[in-house]
Design a protein around this ligand. Sequence first.
Ligand code: TXA
Ligand code: MG
Length: 343
Amino acid sequence: MHDSPIVTKILRVDAAKLDAGILANAADAIRSGKLVAFPTETVYGLGANALDGRAVERIFVAKSRPAANPLIVHVADAEAAQSLAAEWSDDAARLAAAFWPGPLSIVVPKRPIVPSNVTAGGATVAIRVPAHPVAIALLKAARVPIAAPSANRSNHVSPTRAEHVLDDLAGQVDLVIDGGPCSGGLESTVIDLSTATPCVLRQGLVTAEQLEEVLGRPIGRGAPAADVLRSPGMLERHYAPAVPLTVVEPSEVAQEIERAAGSSEKTKDAPMGWLSLGPPCVSTDRNVLVVEMPIDATAYAQRLYAALRELEHAAVTSIVVTRPPTTTEWSAIHDRLRRAASL
Ligand code: TXA
Ligand code: MG
């Protein structure tokens, strides 16, 4: 553990033309207990050797993450996943075959080889095979599983670009592999297979409906209230920008801008932010920074966290978001907007 800030090294890689030397260096860093931030198809991860409890401890320190929030372990393939799992059910095998590599984390009973701080002291471990060439190459070169939460300060918006990682964690992480923007933009879906009925603990780019189709039966959505601490990602107020955010119907945007502007009279010159869905539908005299969001769910997810960070950087006093459509492909986006809005 480092008491004083460390110098963060940044290495740029071209995902289409991987540099074996850079990946070998990063793999060495992982094996020697260092922290390496790397791109995945969802968001950037803050990685450490998942089998080294001291390296894992550094993740919690760097992020100021509560020890009660367990980490996702990344592996190169389903076989490596089984070496960490005490049980690998037919359900696990089916989900892995259908969605890996990809944005699905599967919670299963853990083997003793997984250090207890990875799982926050619990008996289960979340595992996933990421679908990003840099992440897979790093896992293969490191030859150890990599524990990696999103590479942001605890509770802040997840990073979808290397710059976001630096904004939050420069001086806390040894190495950042810059592989460009993440294509997915939202964190993986987390499904718990350790209970009688499989249950989605965190929504993500794989929808509950897709999971039910592969499992062939209905699954739970959200852990029972008493169980919420098993997956703190379910807690409200998470993935949040540093300013108040309100989601409103398209017809209410103008009114909300007036209301928010009125309540920030003291900071008259500071702008407010608006995530408009497609081209802005109202005009206003107020100082509003408009981010025109895509009307396609996949593109919206990809853009969302970067847009929130851009507005934060512009020091907006508040953010208004036009409510997107409510069809299933928008579910995870609604989930994140709801959490970002729960002040
Ligand atoms: O897309 C992602 O999942 C990214 C990339 C880097 O892979 N990672 C990520 O990790 O979002 P993190 O730590 O920000 O979120 C992990 C979520 C948390 O909600 C945590 O509570 C839950 O997974 N989780 C981890 N292990 C768990 C377990 N054993 N049981 C229940 N929930 C678990
Ligand atoms: Mg996170």
